[in-house]
Design a protein around this ligand. Structure first.
Ligand code: CP
Ligand code: NVA
Length: 308
């Protein structure tokens, strides 16, 4: 069963196939109306359940549109509206949904929910973000980098800010796509220790550089994310802002990287907090291509899951 649970638990070869297929599907749609079906309809007759236990704009719309472009149908479900949010077990929910749908995408809090869903479902399960990782995002990010600058292998990627779920998937991707990764943030918000150890054991070119100015020296790509994630208590907001203020991506920091460095952010962004509007809207920013590529990359992920 091809569950898409994380970047490091999917083979590098399969990841590469998905990125390339996503790009080919994007090219094949050039000049078409957004709602037009693809020539190929690999999801025809297929039903996809999209479950959200946290808010979403991009993940929700891109999975929905992508499924329809490929001929499938979707149902968008909120965890709270399901019995899942009222005491039914994940295992029972997985077994029931498997009798109705062909594919399940879930965004939730604890990663154990996605893992249990995958364990008990008899259809593929896709991780649409947990507190710990966000693999679909990084598929779009790798695709976006390569679309603009060619192979990401050997490039220097610098993450500034919180060592959060999106960073974790970048760390997994550094192993699978063989790029250099630098984390630049305060020690209090260091990345997941288990993932850092795994990356180091796997020989990933990963370093921590507390000084953002030193970190971005020679960078090909600078990445930022919100300072307060959906799973973080709002009561930690002030502390987090105080710890992270020095890591804001602004024009001066961008200028300290390579002249052709790109800027990425998974969005939603908090303008003039983790990144200035001038960088977000500036010539090095590819944030909206990144958002668009969620659609194309995830279409390839869904095809891989379904063996289509
Ligand atoms: N980047 C991302 O996953 O966005 P949404 O939260 O809007 O889905
Ligand atoms: N780190 C953010 C990513 C949102 C797409 C969060 O988890 O809220």
């Amino acid at each position: 069963m091809n569950h898409f649970l994380d970047i490091h638990t999917t083979s590098a070869e399969d990841l590469r196939t998905m990125i390339d297929q996503g790009r080919a599907m994007k090219d094949a749609r050039q000049g078409r109306p957004r709602g037009a079906p693809d020539d190929e309809q690999p999801l025809a007759g297929h039903m996809v359940a999209l479950i959200f236990e946290k808010p979403s704009t991009r993940t929700r719309v891109s999975f929905d549109v992508g499924t329809r472009q490929m001929g499938g149908q979707t149902m968008v479900l909120s965890g709270q509206d399901m019995q899942l949010g009222h005491g039914e077990t994940i295992a029972d929910t997985a077994r029931v949904l498997s009798r109705y749908v062909d594919l399940i995408m879930i965004r939730t809090f604890d990663e154990s929910v996605v893992q249990e869903m995958a364990e008990y479902a008899s259809v593929p399960v896709i991780n649409g973000l947990t507190d710990r990782s966000h693999p679909c995002q990084i598929m779009a990010d790798v695709m976006t980098y390569e679309e603009h600058r060619g192979p990401i292998k050997g490039k220097k990627v610098v993450w500034t800010g919180d060592g959060n779920n999106v960073f974790a998937s970048f760390l997994h991707a550094a192993q699978q796509f063989e790029f250099e990764l630098v984390f630049s943030g305060p020690q209090q918000l260091d990345p997941d220790r288990e993932y850092v150890s795994m990356a180091r054991e796997a020989g990933v070119d990963f370093t921590i550089q507390r000084d953002p100015w030193k970190a971005v020296d020679g960078a090909d790509l600078i990445v930022a994310d919100t300072w307060v994630s959906m799973h973080d208590a709002q009561s930690t907001r002030e502390r987090r802002h105080n710890l992270l203020r020095a890591y804001q991506v602004n024009d001066a920091l961008m200028q300290a990287a390579k002249p052709d460095a790109l800027f990425m952010h998974c969005l939603p962004a908090h303008r003039n907090e983790e990144v200035t509007s001038s960088v977000m809207d500036g010539p090095q920013s590819v944030i909206f291509d990144e958002a668009e590529n969620r659609l194309h990359a995830q279409k390839a992920v869904m095809r891989w899951c379904l063996g289509k």
